[in-house]
Design a protein around this ligand. Structure first.
Ligand code: CU
Ligand code: CU
Length: 457
């Protein structure tokens, strides 16, 4: 996975690939022996991939932990290892080197480490911290209280819904009653390797199940809340005409069951989500999914359909922090997620979970946004959507030949396109900080014969 992600990052941000990967590596604490008389010195070499230790216990370590005692006089010498400019800043100590212009350029900072704690050091040139130029200065012993607890055992191996797990198109030409079953489950799973989070889900995955009915059908919803839940949960289907979209009828305590039924009056691609207090939190924890109400006559046939839903995770720490992440309600209130993800976790739809197709296939992606808060600018790098069912509208004629489309929180779309050229196509939210730094990245792998008439490398 790292290989082709790296290739993408090179294409998207020249020179960034290795910094991106370096950001995923946790630096091992260095056993730096303090010099006598409370003097500690370090030497670092700056690259866009990170600060590399020179000499002592930090030799050759990328972004080493700099461990000092309270009261030490600390000297840090930073040498630029390459042609592009870098600097070195320590947050909380207001110390900073000169801008180091050119390979071999160097500067030394000296300060007294008089406050206990863990302080980030980084390069302040725009984008360099995000690409991996970041580490920690630890002053005193046992001062890592600002870090997360160790990762927890997981309840589910993969929180991410399989994007191909979609019921087949409806072929019947009459309406009927459709029974659907949902269970609210709170589970611990990985957001990314080595980092866990306690999610709230429908049926143990994010998004929850993809439901498929026909306009005019009567849908009977059987709702249960697992006995191990800590919260009441419910569901609001945007396809429902009735109070709360079903949320009034399904407020369900742990270990109990509720049900209701509705007639699907309108065709479309609809979000469903939990609507128990505090609603923004229940959505942010992962409680959302899609229901498709097919129009009479169904949708046009395609070779492959995929199910992708974007959501946000409001965690205490940034992506790449190993351990057990905590929910951060203040970040939710301020609409500042640390993670933006497709199908529940950081870069979920890559590697073994990538979308797959063959040259010549026609593809439909049902794309929704659970939220809580961000509008997605959905785009597939290297493709143009032949048809977009804007806002999930399956009644009007679709928009055609579209580069990027939007899906708002509590909204959805369906896009269709043919794949003519083999290769890796990257699904993104084109608000690209969310993709490169926060995880909203998926890959569509297209296999088949080269098509030099359309594209020649
Ligand atoms: Cu809930
Ligand atoms: Cu809603």
């Amino acid at each position: 996975m790292v290989v082709f992600l790296g290739a993408f990052i090179i294409a998207a941000a020249t020179g960034g690939a290795f910094g991106f990967m370096a950001a995923r590596q946790a630096a091992e604490p260095a056993t730096q022996e303090p010099l006598p008389s409370g003097v500690t010195s370090f030497e670092l070499k700056a690259f866009i991939t990170g600060f590399v230790g020179v000499g002592g216990g930090i030799d050759a370590v990328n972004n080493p932990v700099l461990q000092v005692n309270v009261g030490d006089r600390v000297t840090i010498t930073v040498t630029n290892g390459e042609a592009i400019e870098h600097d070195f800043v320590i947050e909380g100590y207001s110390v900073q080197t000169q801008l180091l212009a050119g390979s071999g350029s160097r500067d030394t900072i000296t300060f007294v480490a008089d406050q206990t704690g863990t302080f980030a050091y980084y390069c302040s040139v725009p984008g360099h911290r995000a690409l991996g130029m970041e580490g920690s200065l630890i002053v005193g012993g046992g001062t890592t209280t600002s870090g997360p607890e160790p990762a927890q055992p997981v309840d589910v191996q993969d929180i991410s819904k399989d994007p191909t797990d979609i019921p087949p198109p409806i072929i019947r030409n009459f309406t009927t009653s459709v029974h659907i079953y949902m269970e609210a489950r709170e589970v611990v799973a990985e957001i990314e390797p080595g980092t866990t989070f306690r999610y709230w889900t429908f049926n143990g995955t994010i998004p929850g199940p993809f439901f498929r009915v026909r306009v005019g059908d009567t849908v009977v919803v059987h709702y249960s809340n697992h006995r191990t839940s800590t919260q009441n949960h419910s569901v609001d289907f945007h396809a429902v005409t009735g109070p709360g979209g079903g949320a009034v009828a399904t407020q369900t305590p742990p270990g109990q069951e509720t049900s209701f039924q509705f007639k699907a009056l309108n065709p479309g691609v609809f979000i469903y989500h939990c609507a128990s207090p505090h609603i923004p939190s229940h959505i942010a924890m992962g409680m959302y999914g899609l229901i498709l109400v097919e129009p009479e006559g169904g949708l046009s046939p395609v070779d492959r359909e995929f199910y992708v839903v974007q959501g946000e995770l409001y965690t205490k720490w940034r992506p790449g922090t190993p351990g057990h992440q905590e929910f951060d309600g203040e970040k939710l209130r301020n609409e500042k997620p640390e993670y933006v993800v497709f199908n529940g976790r950081f870069q979920a739809l890559t590697g073994d979970s990538a979308l797959r197709a063959n040259v010549g296939d026609t593809i439909r992606i049902f794309f929704g946004v659970g939220g809580t808060n961000l509008i997605s600018s959905f785009h597939v790098i290297g493709e143009i959507f032949d048809r977009v069912y804007t806002m999930g509208d399956l009644v009007s004629a679709p928009a055609q030949s579209v580069q990027t489309t939007v899906a708002p929180p509590g909204g959805a779309t369906a896009v269709e396109f043919a794949v003519e050229v083999p290769g890796n196509y990257i699904l993104v939210d084109h608000a690209l900080s969310r993709t490169i730094d926060k995880g909203a990245l998926g890959i569509l792998v297209v296999e088949g014969l080269d098509n030099p008439d359309v594209f020649q490398p």
